[in-house]
Design a protein around this ligand. Structure first.
Ligand code: GLN
Length: 491
């Protein structure tokens, strides 16, 4: 039999249904990988070994009795640590929530569990999902499984690294400005940020509420489509949740590129884009063209405004969302203080890291009465124009294809020295959040250092099926993607 560690989530799910592998064996396979890799990779903030084993046995009983028959029942998963899990510590990789144990699970987690998921633990991230490298975590950085001297990307770096290292078969991430797609690109895994409102945000600890979306990170496109089918739903507990007409995402895995109209924004290919990344992504587009897709270059427009608009809006919302962490309602409280005001001040000064403080200050500034019109309102206008630019593009194209990030994974420590450069690295991802669009990133090559390069596909709102179709067609050309999972033979 194929080694469990190398299977996709759906392949494993099938073996579990066929009783060739038990849910407990699947968990043990992950725990073996975790034992082998975790001291070096540090993808997890918490690992719940006993809970996962008990849960696997419970799921197995339900499978055996016929009560559970879904394609992913019994498959072990990891969850980003900003998504609430009942009875399981949820820290946002921040000191201020380092002891927080939620009393309820996020809707996305509840839906996975109803489908038979076994949660192994919670994954590391940039503090409160602010960052692009997973280095701003209070618990220390995660390393890239392809090359441990490099970052996994962020903020869902722990989730992507766990999947890439074979420590979990899939993971949940969240994406406010690229945090699923960019680390997927850096770690050589496949991740999708769905249309805003598709997956409930209930139980996702908010960063920028108008931009945040949960999404699946997995080993290939089919796994992502199957997961989205489980995760997507209308949820009345989330006021921005949307009731969609069609939830049958796996139907779109046709592997058929013929007739797809693909547009490549010329404004994505200019200065700042690494030559190797550009070549790999354009070769990907060429492959789809050979399979019958049409490929055209065009000017998207508004591209230079995406980063400033994003950082103004995201920080504004963050400054408001994070005001709830005051030492009273949740988590950490400073040890010594004279009065209430000093308690707030000390708690927040000690509880938040420097990147989070920077965003709170920036956000409070752009919302302040003297500057609201000049910054926040202007950013909202830019956001509306960015949406219009995409509307125009999607009149002509089914898919917008481009890189997910300007480079492959940088070395540890490199990005934090220059935060401005790190912010600019989000250029290809933030617009999808500003416009509410779905975006998928899948691996298309490795660079000369052996680090993966991701290709990003974007579609109009509610057109995830087009993404799955194009991605499955591309995977047919590319072939099975091998992750750096060290199996019995040591890789
Ligand atoms: N890098 C971006 C930021 O720091 C995106 C983060 C995210 O998507 N959560 O805001």
């Amino acid at each position: 039999m194929q080694d469990i560690a190398q299977m996709t989530a759906l392949e494993l799910g099938k073996k579990i249904q066929e009783r060739e592998v038990s849910a407990e064996e699947a968990v043990r396979a992950c725990l073996t990988q975790i034992q082998r890799e975790e001291t070096q990779i540090h993808a997890f903030v918490s690992i719940e070994e006993e809970k996962a084993l008990a849960r696997a046995r419970q799921v197995q009983k339900q499978i055996d009795s016929g009560a559970l028959a879904g394609p992913l029942a019994g498959v072990p998963a990891a969850v980003k640590d900003n998504i609430c899990t009942e009875g399981m510590r949820t820290t946002c990789s921040s000191r201020i929530l380092s002891d927080f144990v939620p009393a309820y699970s996020a809707e996305a987690v509840a839906r996975l569990e109803a489908a038979g998921a076994v949660i192994l633990g919670k994954t590391n991230m940039d503090e409160f999902a602010m960052g692009s490298t997973t280095e701003t975590s209070y618990f220390g950085p995660t390393k890239n499984p392809w090359k441990r001297t490099h970052v996994p990307g962020g903020s869902s770096g722990g989730s992507c690294a766990a999947v890439a290292a074979g420590e979990a078969f899939y993971a949940l991430g969240s994406d406010t400005g690229g945090s699923i797609r960019q680390p997927s690109s850096f770690c050589g895994v496949t991740g999708i940020k769905p249309t805003y409102g598709t997956i409930s945000r209930y139980g996702l600890i908010a960063y920028g509420s108008s931009l945040d979306q949960i999404g699946p990170i997995a080993r290939d496109t089919a796994d992502c489509a199957a997961l989205l089918e489980i995760l997507a739903s209308y949820d009345k507990k989330d006021s921005t949740s949307i009731c969609r007409e069609d939830y049958h995402f796996t139907e779109a895995l046709t592997g058929e590129a013929k007739g797809l109209r693909i547009g490549i924004p010329s404004d994505y290919l200019g200065q700042g884009l690494d030559e190797g990344v550009k070549k790999a992504v354009l070769a990907g587009a060429e492959g789809l063209k050979e399979q019958g897709a049409s490929v055209e270059y065009f000017d998207l427009g508004m591209v230079p405004y995406a980063i400033p608009a994003y950082y103004v809006i995201a920080s504004a919302e963050a400054s408001s969302n994070l005001s709830r962490f005051d030492g009273i309602k949740y988590g950490y409280r400073a040890g010594e203080y004279e009065d209430l005001h000093e308690m707030y001040k000390k708690t927040r000064s000690e509880g938040f890291g420097p990147e989070v403080k920077r965003r709170i200050m920036l956000g409070a500034f752009v919302l302040s009465s003297g500057y609201y019109d000049a910054y926040y309102l202007k950013a909202l206008r830019a956001k509306a124009l960015i949406k219009k630019a995409f509307d125009r593009a999607f009149e002509r194209f089914d898919i917008i294809l481009g890189p997910a990030a300007p480079s492959t994974a940088p070395a540890l420590g490199e990005s934090l020295q220059d935060p401005m450069k790190m912010y600019l690295g989000d250029i290809y991802t933030v617009s999808a959040n500003l416009a509410g669009l779905p975006g998928l990133c899948l691996p298309c090559a490795t660079d000369e250092a052996g680090l993966p390069v991701g290709m990003q596909l974007m579609a109009d709102c509610f057109q995830e099926k087009k993404l799955f179709r194009a991605a499955s067609a591309y995977e047919k050309i590319r072939g099975r993607w091998r992750l750096p999972i060290r199996d019995k033979e040591g890789m």
